[in-house]
Design a protein around this ligand. Structure first.
Ligand code: AMP
Ligand code: MG
Length: 392
């Protein structure tokens, strides 16, 4: 048995095989850049007007000065104007500013009479002109290696005309659910049976990380367990088992993993819930044995599986974001094991939810965080700060 802290350190240090791939921008969403990406162009590529107004040529720009309007440049126009002294062009936001223009004045600052404008106030030089390369210059690093391609990054790549990027591939993930007592919703329950709940729950949690997982079901049978894990390992970088990892006579996952030569990184963590969690690796692949109790399974997923998924995706910020906030009310007792408590943060305070049992999911849907109390830590009283891990 290891402590939570050691288990997490082991997660950080375990060797896994990262795969690179070229993606279109649409495919790259949610992935991590595998290389520094340099801009293929200046942005903006031409001096751009930031206003609807007039681009003024040489001449006095004092209040009352007059300019002749010799043409018009709209966004997308390629027409070039040579502005002489006292001349201007009508211009619109995003349009190329003539090289001979000294400044752009917004239309609210001028009075127009036919083909002539009169400045209503003094206009400084170089106003409302976005110079070439103001945002980024050709060959500068646009986004560094390791950047998460979120919507803003996707937009930025499109802005620079980039069509393909090199990213870390997402892992293929298989969820294997064990338990003879489990029945799929939609069927009738016999006495002693319960509905299977972890498969869809874990698939949904995977989907939140941007991963479309697949599910397999396994009977509490050693040979079948070995077979299922072996074939899952052939096609996936990660295999997540649910249930069967404890020490009961019908728990075959541990034995199966040993027989398959999966190397144990840790088995059993001094925590509540989720003590009987297994994590191992084989040939750069990751294997989790999660406890079958639904709430424990999900908590272990958040605390241990997500960091490894993120590692596979090339992320370095792999753990859930952590805050320290005051406990709203009640007391959390000291325990020799670390505690993860389903919690809801509202009004900047941590509310510990009812129904903390590892078998209960009834309140988990209200949780937006897990409160964490280290092993042997002193009891936490109302208004004292407690560590919380924000759920994705
Ligand atoms: P296990 O980890 O296999 O010993 O299971 C622990 C408890 O969780 C038992 O009460 C199981 O019936 C329950 N359980 C295991 N797997 C699931 C599942 N996929 N869905 C719902 N309950 C489960
Ligand atoms: Mg079981």
């Amino acid at each position: 048995m290891v402590s939570v802290e050691i288990a997490k350190e082991k997660l950080l240090n375990v060797g896994i095989s990262l795969k690179l791939e070229n993606n279109t921008i649409a495919q790259a969403f949610g992935k991590i850049l595998a290389k520094d990406l340099r801009s293929p162009m200046d942005m903006p590529p031409f001096a751009q007007s930031a206003m609807d107004g007039y681009a003024l040529g040489e001449g006095s720009a004092d209040q009352g000065s007059m300019f002749n309007v010799i043409g018009e440049v709209a966004a997308g126009s390629s027409q070039q104007f040579q502005l002489k002294k006292g001349e201007c062009v009508r211009i619109f936001t995003g349009a190329p500013v003539p090289e001979t223009a000294k400044t752009v004045v917004q239309q609210e600052w001028v009075e127009r009479n036919n083909d002539r404008i009169v400045l209503q106030r003094e206009v400084p030089e170089k106003m409302h002109i976005r110079p070439i390369g103001e945002q980024i210059q050709a060959n500068d690093v646009a986004l560094p290696k390791g950047t998460l391609l979120n919507p803003a990054a996707i937009g930025f790549l499109q802005m620079l005309g980039i069509v393909e990027v090199e990213v870390f591939a997402k892992p293929n993930v298989k969820v294997l659910v064990t338990g003879n007592e489990l029945v799929e919703p939609g069927k009738n329950l016999q006495y002693g049976q319960i509905y299977e709940s972890n498969a869809q729950m874990l698939l949904a949690a995977l989907r939140k990380e941007g991963i479309e997982g697949h599910v397999g079901r396994v009977k509490d049978d050693l040979d079948q367990t070995i077979e299922s894990i072996e074939s899952a390992l052939q096609e996936n970088e990660m295999v997540i088992l649910s249930g069967g990892i404890s020490v009961g006579d019908h728990d075959h996952v541990g034995t199966a993993l040993k027989k398959l030569g999966v190397q144990e990184v840790f088995y059993k963590v001094a925590q509540k819930p989720g003590k009987p969690i297994f994590f191992g690796s084989k040939d750069g692949k990751a294997i989790f044995g999660l406890p079958g109790n639904p709430s424990a399974s999900l908590t272990c997923f958040y605390e241990y599986v997500i960091p490894v998924i993120r590692k596979f995706m090339g992320r370095t910020d792999i753990f859930l974001p952590t805050l320290r906030l005051p406990l709203a009310d009640g007391t959390i007792k000291q325990m020799s094991r670390a505690q993860f408590l389903k919690a809801n943060i509202s009004d900047g305070q941590v509310h510990i939810l009812e129904g903390q049992s590892s078998a209960m999911l009834n309140t988990y849907s209200l949780a937006n965080a897990l409160a964490y109390v280290p092993a042997n830590a002193e009891a936490v009283n109302a208004r004292e700060e407690i560590e919380v891990h924000l759920l994705p």
